[in-house]
Design a binder for this molecule. Structure first.
Ligand code: NAD
Ligand code: TYD
Length: 337
């Protein structure tokens, strides 16, 4: 039985990936390692927690002693590394934890993985490491676009990418790096644009749109991201970077209006607020390299949003628990309304 370590498996994308792997590969044992920050919760795994091929390990990836002990006890075959501080707005207010977790934590994991000769280390990164594009619709991020991160979050992810790359060049470690566009789907933490909009619209509360709402993101359903990582894990050429995206560019205003419309509410809920500092104009991925490896997304933006809105309608308990807790303090500090 192959042993797979998934870091950050209590979060949004890692959580979906853990479910995907436990269900798809009964012969793999999936270890979910997570320190359970504000963004991590295990209730999302109530359907798989009793499975024989699933285990949870509570640990901080930046704790070298603990991580090295865990790797000495379990000889993992593969590491899929999601654990990170992931929210740009939080990185603007408190950058330090992003450096500790995203940069140092990645290096600690690489050392531990190297010490037991893992067969593959997949580092899950982001298209935000490339910086921003202008509004010319014919320009895209490719794997050869120079890294030019603009936020403390994207700078910390770019730093970790560079370290992962260096471990390939220096130690010949079997790595891949994936750089994905904005994800959405079930279990997305309601600090990010799509789940924030859905939860607020459902409660008839104002939706904060930064600046003029014309910034563009390229949206990918989380299930399509999971299948991309599965493919890269099994078929990715060692040392290579793969961009993941599905050509679903929308302005933020279009995204918010689509959700309001799907929930039959009024656009009066939109509240334009002060712009984010250093707000990247546009992200757009060219996924040709991954498509050549055999990947195709199954959702487009319309089908994906419909599925996601329905999921939030059917799982109010999950997000209501979150927005009634510490999240209130965060929201008040971030938005002043
Ligand atoms: P998330 O914030 O929802 O989840 C992060 C998880 O990591 C949480 O469960 C948290 O508890 C855990 N974690 C944080 N610090 C840790 C530490 N020190 N030790 C162990 N666990 C820790 O994030 P997400 O949106 O699921 O993103 C997962 C990965 O995908 C990140 O690396 C992110 O950079 C990348 N990514 C995200 C997106 C997106 O749209 N959300 C897009 C591209 C790439
Ligand atoms: P977000 O979901 O935070 O993802 P990222 O910053 O990683 O792209 O934001 C997506 C877009 O939505 C981004 O352009 C910022 C914008 N945005 C708002 O307009 N209002 C909000 O309250 C949030 C959280 C984001």
């Amino acid at each position: 039985m192959k042993k797979i370590l998934v870091t950050g498996g209590a979060g949004f994308i890692g959580g979906n990936f853990v479910k995907y792997m436990v269900n798809k590969y009964p012969k793999y044992h999936v270890f979910n390692l997570d320190t359970l920050t504000y963004a991590g919760d295990l209730t999302k795994h109530s359907d798989i927690e009793e499975r024989e091929n699933y285990s949870f390990i509570k640990a901080d990836i930046a704790d070298r002693e603990v991580i090295s002990e865990i790797f000495n006890n379990e000889k993992f075959d593969y590491v899929i590394h999601f654990a990170a501080e992931s929210h740009v707005d939080r990185s603007i207010k408190e950058p330090e934890i992003f450096i500790k977790t995203n940069v140092l934590g990645t290096q600690v994991l690489l050392d531990a993985a190297k010490s037991i000769n893992v067969k593959k280390f997949v580092h899950v990164s982001t298209d935000e490491v490339y910086g921003e594009l202008d509004f010319d619709p014919d320009t895209f991020f490719t794997e050869n676009t120079p890294l030019q991160p603009n936020s403390p979050y994207s700078a910390s992810k770019a730093s970790s990418d560079m370290i992962v790359r260096a471990y390939y060049e220096t130690y010949n470690m079997p790595i891949n790096i994936t750089r994905c566009s904005n994800n959405y789907g079930p279990y997305h933490f309601p600090e990010k644009l799509i789940p924030l909009t859905i939860s607020r619209v459902l409660n008839d509360e104002k939706v904060p749109v930064y600046g003029d709402g014309k910034n563009i993101r390229d949206w990918l359903h989380v299930e399509d991201h999971c299948s991309a990582i599965d493919l890269v894990l099994h078929e990715g050429e060692l040392g290579e970077v793969y961009n993941v995206g599905g050509h679903n560019e929308r302005t933020n205003l279009e995204v918010v209006k689509t959700i309001i419309n799907a929930l039959s509410k009024s656009n009066d809920l939109i509240e334009f607020v002060e712009d984010r500092l250093g707000h990247d104009k546009r992200y757009a991925i060219d996924p040709t390299k991954l498509e050549k490896l055999g990947w195709q997304p199954t959702y487009n933006f319309e089908t994906g949003i419909e599925q996601t809105v329905n999921w939030y309608l059917n799982n109010e308990n999950w997000w209501n628990n979150i927005i009634q807790g510490k999240y209130r303090e965060y929201f008040a500090k971030q938005y002043q309304f």
